[in-house]
Write a protein that binds this ligand. Structure first.
Ligand code: ADP
Ligand code: MG
Length: 143
């Protein structure tokens, strides 16, 4: 993910599709931060991304488990949702370093909760609504 690209989607299927395309291009060791408010489409994007990696099973936000691991795809997918994380200590207990610095791909929802742990080379994806563009519009900046 070199440079910055902005995508616009007009419904969940299009965001899913963008995720699928980026998932198909994902490289070993990538850490991708997924930023944006509640209900903006981070999990929809992740579901597409997982499909792009060749993961068939259902993918849901691991809000209560923090981490969900999928190993049946082209690369392992480590899906973090750290919305409910208390502190960095909890990440240590999960053993996050094995995943952040492993050969799979990490997708992290709510990275701002653990900003001090995010590797500087991590990619950033920001999903935003723009009410004047309609309820289902999303602006997705990939950097
Ligand atoms: P988050 O994980 O960011 O909290 P979710 O992915 O769980 O959000 O939910 C996004 C919601 O927004 C879904 O109900 C989805 O159908 C809806 N939605 C509407 N338009 C879009 C769009 N363009 N892209 C993604 N989701 C959309
Ligand atoms: Mg979510």
């Amino acid at each position: 993910m070199e440079g910055k690209k902005v995508f616009e989607t007009y419904g969940p299927l299009e965001t899913h599709d963008l995720g699928r395309k980026l998932g198909a291009q994902a490289l070993p060791g990538q850490v991708i931060c997924l930023e944006g408010d509640l209900g903006v489409g981070k999990t929809v994007f992740t579901q597409g991304f997982a499909e792009g990696l060749g993961i068939a099973g259902p993918v849901n936000s691991p809000t209560f488990t923090i981490l969900q691991i999928y190993e049946e795809g082209r690369l392992p997918l480590y899906h973090f949702d750290v919305y409910r994380i208390g502190d960095a200590q909890e990440m240590e207990e999960i053993g996050y370093e094995e995943y952040f610095y492993g050969h799979g791909v990490c997708l992290i929802e709510w990275p701002s909760r653990i900003e001090e742990l995010i590797p500087p080379e991590a990619a950033r994806i920001l999903i935003e609504k723009a009410p004047e563009r309609g309820f289902d519009y999303r602006r997705i900046a990939v950097q």
